[in-house]
Write a protein of this length. Structure first.
Lengths: 279, 509
């Protein structure tokens, strides 16, 4: 995702001005985005974060991410015998805009954002912490995890655990040689079908037409997914948030770009009937 | 979009031999397979050559498989895949010139071949012998139809079954009931996928993941036990020094067996002692092998060697010869558990014995599965006289254990072959190479070289079979430096400021 510019119009900073800002705005409770600015591209094939990955989903410490909700659910869990589960995942959540809008829309659902860049995921965690302090009782159901979603998703989620997956404005990887690194490609769609429960929804949106066509084609060609029409999406509150809830979406709206949205449903069984050629 | 670069052509369009090699070549790997119905017919692959011999024929005749590739490096391309089909009518080979070939086992003629888009790293047949599957170094699993025949100068293009993302596929296997395909990769994952009815259209359903290893997974094998209903369970070996038992339908880890521990700092603690402490009273010493003292001395030599190397497998002696290796290669240090990795697991036909090979050790660990197929115990440490550094093992149709090893030199063309059969009591294995393999066949198959044997004796060689599966970091970028760099980042200071604000707020209220 390209870098999102902070709204501060003061231009490039030198040390003196930085000190001034620190003094004058030192009381600001929300994290200031300019300190968390990061490059748009982070290498998804690197092995540098292999040490922080949980061995398997049962080893993942969700309690530290959802301090209030997890405990509450544990009491229910021990009485009803069911474990609380994360149900929504925002892959490549960036600065967290979508998650924050979704938190109030679905207050009972646990949701998590996966972000590869260290600084940006720290920003989201700080922002969620600040929001929880300012609005007690709210925002306890969102968090951010710094991880490589292309490689390590099976370590976090069980089969059929998720009911919604979001891919907002993913990295286009324009060069043909890099197409295999796109977050929506045939190989990975099979893995996403593993995490989504039957009937689960997969949301994609982008402003790059080439990428939008590519994602739609790959998902339509995959036997485990079928496209949801725009009429059906009218009744879904989450799909309305796709265009302008994330920082990237707001930037596209500012620049008056067009967006290409495609939402798919995960089927119960693969539909092989109308396929005669390989994937 | 940036300006198009006019000058540099993409590597893909250059002929194979002209491609720049950005990494050093992989270590020499030796493979051994035995015909599923003829117990004495074995095939051994050492680097680029494949030698086949029928040991019962007493003539010492060896057949060499010809090369089918036409590119310049076909003659030196190492063979990475060697498998017989279930009935033994077909033999699958895959080599580093990206050629996958299917051979007829009676005439040893090549029946069909495929050109894989990337170098293959592991391969197998489906249980009905209708398809061949292989995994490559970039994580793709490809499939070919065994019934197809083509003009060998025009290799076929395979179809894509599924893929792991950019992760070397170290092992691929099909479950005995032909329902699941198991793939193991460098990223600690063991993926169980459902083999569809028409595999050529691709595989879209994943059954489960078997997660539990903490380092790359190097090999897998199938075991079963009568009392568990004969249901097959999966055993995997990994670079974290463990062998684990899984139920593939649910992905549940049933048992973990630690077979190698990290090497201790002082060379006085030999790996053999550490393993004996672990397995406790279950261990049975091998009968008729070398006396214990000699074992300890050899292991000590290997232990000291590894210390001296500092576990940086990238810095092998041949770096001096190769000028075109990037400078980065010499600055790389392997990260991960510092124990010798498990290189191979093989299971017997009756499903309750597993042979495990650990890199750098001469001894083969025999692990037994209990009758309800729920846990593993180390039963024996078997040493083959005359076989050093075994890299691949296999049980033949009479449940004799074959191993192949040899000097871990990349230019070597020799091999050490050993075979052991279960003793009369059935409780342990005894080496019987001289009875099964006649000296003429042994000489033709092995082709030992004097200078290599001398180097082995001197303890100058260290195997690095799993070099391609390990993870490296730059030597200068230590974890301490990483933490220091992180602390001086702007976002860290901002986080600190917020934390102090929160604490101050909490104190006030």
């Amino acid at each position: 995702m390209p870098v999102v510019h902070d709204s501060n119009p003061s231009g490039p900073e030198n040390d003196a001005q930085k000190e001034q800002d620190l003094d004058s705005r030192a009381t600001s409770k929300l994290p200031r985005k300019r300190f968390f600015r990061s490059r748009a591209h982070s290498n998804p094939l690197s092995d540098s974060i292999m040490t922080d990955i949980p061995t398997d989903p049962s080893q993942m410490d969700w309690a530290s991410h959802f301090p209030t909700l997890w405990k509450a659910n544990e009491e229910e869990a021990s009485s009803s015998g069911q474990q609380p589960m994360v149900q929504f995942a925002d892959i490549g959540c960036g600065f967290g805009g979508l998650l924050i809008r979704l938190a109030t829309l679905y207050p009972e659902t646990l949701m998590v954002g996966m972000e590869l860049r260290d600084k940006v995921s720290t920003y989201v965690k700080e922002r969620v912490g600040a929001l929880r302090r300012e609005h007690p009782g709210q925002y306890g159901n969102i968090t951010c995890v710094r991880t490589n979603a292309m490689k390590y998703l099976p370590h976090y989620f069980r089969k059929g655990q998720l009911t919604k997956m979001f891919f907002l404005f993913p990295d286009p990887h324009f060069k043909t040689a890099n197409h295999r690194r796109r977050i929506i490609n045939t190989m990975l769609i099979t893995e996403y079908a593993y995490f989504l429960a039957p009937g689960g929804m997969l949301y994609t949106i982008t402003d790059v037409k080439d990428l939008g066509d590519w994602m739609r084609e790959k998902l339509e060609a995959h036997p485990m997914f079928e496209r949801i029409s725009d009429e059906e999406l009218e009744s879904d509150p989450a799909s309305k948030l796709l265009t302008d809830s994330s920082e990237e979406g707001q930037k596209v709206a500012r620049n008056k770009g067009e967006t290409h949205r495609a939402v798919f449903r995960r089927l119960e069984k693969p539909r092989w009937t109308n396929l005669s050629k390989p994937l | 979009m940036g300006r198009r670069r006019r000058t540099k052509r993409h590597d893909k369009f250059m002929p194979l031999e002209g491609r720049s090699h950005h990494h050093e070549p992989d270590s020499l790997v030796r493979l051994i397979v035995s015909h599923p119905t003829l117990p004495n017919l074995i095939a051994v692959a050492i680097g680029p050559t494949v030698r086949i011999s029928d040991c019962s024929a007493q003539t010492g005749e060896v057949t060499y498989l010809p090369k089918v590739g036409s590119s310049d490096n076909s003659a030196t391309a190492s063979v990475r895949i060697l498998q017989f089909s279930l009935e033994g009518t077909l033999l699958l080979t895959g080599s580093d010139d990206r050629m996958i070939a299917l051979w007829d086992t009676i005439t040893w003629k090549c029946l069909a071949n495929w050109l894989s888009p990337k170098k293959a790293s592991a391969g197998t047949f489906t249980r009905d012998s209708k398809y061949i599957l292989w995994g490559d170094k970039f994580g793709d699993i490809l499939i070919g139809d065994c019934a197809s025949r083509n003009d060998l100068t025009q290799p076929q293009h395979p179809a894509l079954l599924f893929g792991h993302l950019c992760s070397v596929v170290s092992s691929i296997s099909v479950s005995p009931d032909n329902r699941f395909v198991i793939t193991c990769d460098k990223d600690r994952k063991v993926r169980v996928s459902i083999l569809p009815e028409r595999p050529l259209l691709g595989c879209v359903e994943i059954q489960t993941y078997c997660l539990g290893h903490t380092y790359f997974v190097s090999s897998c094998a199938w075991v079963s036990a009568e009392e568990a209903g004969g249901m097959a369970r999966l055993v995997t070996g990994s670079g974290d020094g463990t062998v684990r038992l899984w139920d593939v339908e649910t992905g549940k880890l049933l048992d973990t067996c630690v077979v190698s521990e990290p090497e201790a700092e002082e060379p006085s603690l030999e790996p053999s002692e550490v393993v004996s402490n672990l397995s406790g009273d279950k261990m049975v010493e091998e009968q008729g092998g070398k006396p214990q003292d000699e074992d300890i001395e050899e292991d000590k030599g290997e232990g000291v060697q590894d210390e001296a190397d500092g576990r940086s497998d990238a810095e092998k002696p041949e770096n001096d010869e190769e000028e075109d290796v990037e400078e980065e290669e010499e600055d790389r240090v392997a990260i991960g558990p510092k124990c010798p990795p498990v290189t191979c697991v093989a299971s017997s036909r009756d499903g309750c014995t597993i042979a495990t090979l650990v890199e750098g050790e001469d001894e083969v660990l025999i692990i037994k599965l209990n009758t309800s197929a729920s846990f593993l115990t180390i039963a024996q440490r078997l040493k083959y006289p005359g076989v050093r550094f075994p890299s691949h093992a296999l049980f033949d149709c009479q449940d004799r254990l074959w191993v192949v090893g040899g000097p871990p030199l990349d230019t070597s063309k020799s091999a050490h072959i050993g075979v052991a059969a279960a003793s009369a009591g059935g409780q342990s294995f005894v080496s019987c190479t001289s009875e099964v393999v006649p000296p003429s066949a042994a000489a033709a198959l092995e082709q030992r070289q004097e200078n290599e044997e001398k180097q082995l004796e001197a303890g100058a060689l260290v195997p690095a079979y799993t070099k391609q599966l390990m993870i490296y970091r730059k030597r200068w970028f230590t974890p301490e430096l990483h933490d220091l760099a992180k602390k001086s980042r702007r976002d860290y200071r901002e986080s600190e400021r917020l934390r102090k604000l929160v604490e101050a707020g909490a104190k006030e209220s």
